[in-house]
Write a protein that binds this ligand. Sequence first.
Ligand code: HEC
Ligand code: HEC
Ligand code: HEC
Ligand code: HEC
Ligand code: HEC
Length: 400
Amino acid sequence: MKNEIDIRYFVKILLVMLFVEIIATGIAAADTGKQYTSSVQCKGCHEQIYNEWSASMHSQALSDPIFQGALSQQKDKTICISCHAPITRLNGDFNMTEDITKEAISCDFCHTISGLNESNHMQPFILDPGETKYGQYADSASVTHKSKDLDLLGKSEFCQACHDLAFPNGLVVLSTYAEWKDSDYARDGIVCQDCHMKTTKRSIASGAGERSDSRRHDWKGGHFMEMLQTAGKLEVITRTEGKKVFVTAVISNDGAGHKFPTGADTKLILEIAATDKNGNRIFENKTQFSKVFGDANGNAVPVPDLATQILSDNRIQPKGRSTNEFSFDASGYDGDIKITGALLYRLTPEEVIPPVKIFEENKTVRLTEGKTGAKSIPGFMVAAAVAGMIAAYLSRWRKK
Ligand code: HEC
Ligand code: HEC
Ligand code: HEC
Ligand code: HEC
Ligand code: HEC
């Protein structure tokens, strides 16, 4: 048994080494001596777009302290940097000494991609830095650079190259594109850009005329409350039978074009709590909606780096909903019971940033004197039945 684990570990290391080598080969093949232009130069004429990009997570993908924290714990940082600071795919500056590398996902990186390498998952982009800037218009003209219309930029497949990620051991870490592809949004032709780069009427460069379908470059996602609140809603329904209280909490994903939440280690937390008029806590429950990563032995692990498989995934499907039933016995209490349902979003481990509350709903139920069947059953039996129901419920979703 011990041996088996050692061998698996060894194989994993080999796979990681192979992965790095493929990236390195990809870079060597792409390195044609061409260079990227700094975003600051684009700002000269595309100031509004520059300001949006500056405030976005794409310009901060490298400086982001949460990324830096995670990166510092990696032995081999190459894989991570090739996506969070993708200019390294061309200049190989993995020690990040050049200023251009620190621009993370820069204007020129995206606008000089000329196509996709369908067969090479390690180097998915065809990189063509130079004087031609690929965009969405066939009729645009500038004195400083050539322009070319490229359909790919308006498609979800352009985002896929970075927003789907599998480790060399096959573990699917990010699957935002795949989740979208499997949804009604993909079938209806609603792409990532439609929700994350909303169109607006404006002049796209100083001195140029207005266009009706310029794309905002803000890419708002999990770091923005306004975005989280359009993703879905929480509904809390209550009812009583004598001293027994039933709570149904429905979470729906009406607005996210992928699972809610998407990402690697993002979680939703549903908190249900009941208190009596004196503030005594009668009931509480926390349910998590996330991918649960596991090691080869099927034990849950906290981060994808330690994982080889996904043990369960109960995140809310696009246009889907999750109905959660709770019940508890309030014998020994009377009067009004306050029931609070809250939905929290956890981007990253609690120690780093506390989860943020997206929704909260309060309900009050009045306990009636027990004339129902529940009252005639001794209290401990009700408690046992409720515990049984919760246990059955938990084991059901854990298996999913
Ligand atoms: C001297 C001004 C100037 C500078 C500097 C500049 N651009 Fe432009 N750019 C323009 C103008 C003008 C247009 C055309 C606007 C229009 O047609 O509405 C344009 C159009 C574009 C387009 C649209 C192309 C299309 O076909 O849809 C892209 C993409 C673009 N620029 C990217 C960049 C990037 C990236 C940089 C920095 C590396 C940059 N530009 C620097 C003036 C500039
Ligand atoms: C993550 C990739 C990405 C980055 C980074 C990026 N863009 Fe874009 N850009 C796009 C996409 C996608 C479109 C829309 C293409 C479409 O709808 O077909 C676009 C459109 C444009 C256009 C055409 C006009 C418009 O508003 O749609 C210009 C000009 C432009 N970008 C300039 C810039 C500049 C300047 C920067 C840096 C400050 C930048 N872009 C950063 C992906 C990017
Ligand atoms: C070169 C790789 C790359 C490309 C191409 C790319 N992204 Fe990203 N994107 C990232 C990385 C890395 C992050 C995470 C940054 C962080 O939080 O540190 C990110 C973050 C995001 C976020 C989250 C923002 C938040 O508030 O949490 C959204 C939304 C997003 N990208 C949308 C898109 C869309 C839409 C496209 C296609 C038009 C796209 N991205 C193309 C790498 C990329
Ligand atoms: C119908 C609108 C819609 C579409 C289509 C859509 N998204 Fe989102 N996206 C959202 C909303 C709303 C959120 C905020 C809720 C959340 O985090 O899931 C979000 C969040 C995100 C985040 C934040 C990360 C996280 O962990 O939650 C990323 C990254 C992202 N989207 C990328 C994409 C990419 C890439 C595509 C295309 C493959 C896409 N989105 C398609 C609406 C959309
Ligand atoms: C294929 C591209 C890709 C690679 C490779 C990659 N990431 Fe990311 N990373 C992303 C994207 C895209 C996001 C945004 C995910 C989301 O929120 O949906 C992200 C988000 C993150 C976040 C969350 C940042 C925040 O502010 O919430 C951390 C931390 C992170 N990555 C660390 C790493 C580390 C460490 C590695 C190397 C082991 C790595 N990443 C490799 C694309 C990548």
